[in-house]
Unconditional design. Structure first.
Length: 86
């Protein structure tokens, strides 16, 4: 099994899978309002017409409401993956 390298420190790679491109874009827009990000990249998600959208978030550049929450939250290290993740 091939593993992709981790993003650089302070960044997160987010993959959104949705039934339509519009739904994926709406979710990405919410994330962009919380964190600085790169341009989104979208791809077909299968024969059923779904969409996969990839975006890189800079978690060091958080917006104020998110920054406050990140500062007060504690990390819960979970290394488990969902059944459909590789």
């Amino acid at each position: 099994m091939k593993h992709e390298p981790f993003p650089s420190e302070g960044h997160a790679e987010v993959r959104i899978v949705a039934a339509t491109p519009e739904v994926a874009r709406r979710v990405a827009e919410v994330l962009r309002r919380c964190f600085a990000s790169t341009e989104q990249r979208s791809y077909p998600a299968g024969r059923a017409g779904g969409t996969r959208l990839h975006i890189t978030l800079d978690t060091a550049q958080a917006a104020e409401p998110v920054q406050s929450w990140l500062t007060t939250s504690t990390s819960t290290e979970q290394t488990q993956t969902h059944a459909d993740e590789v």
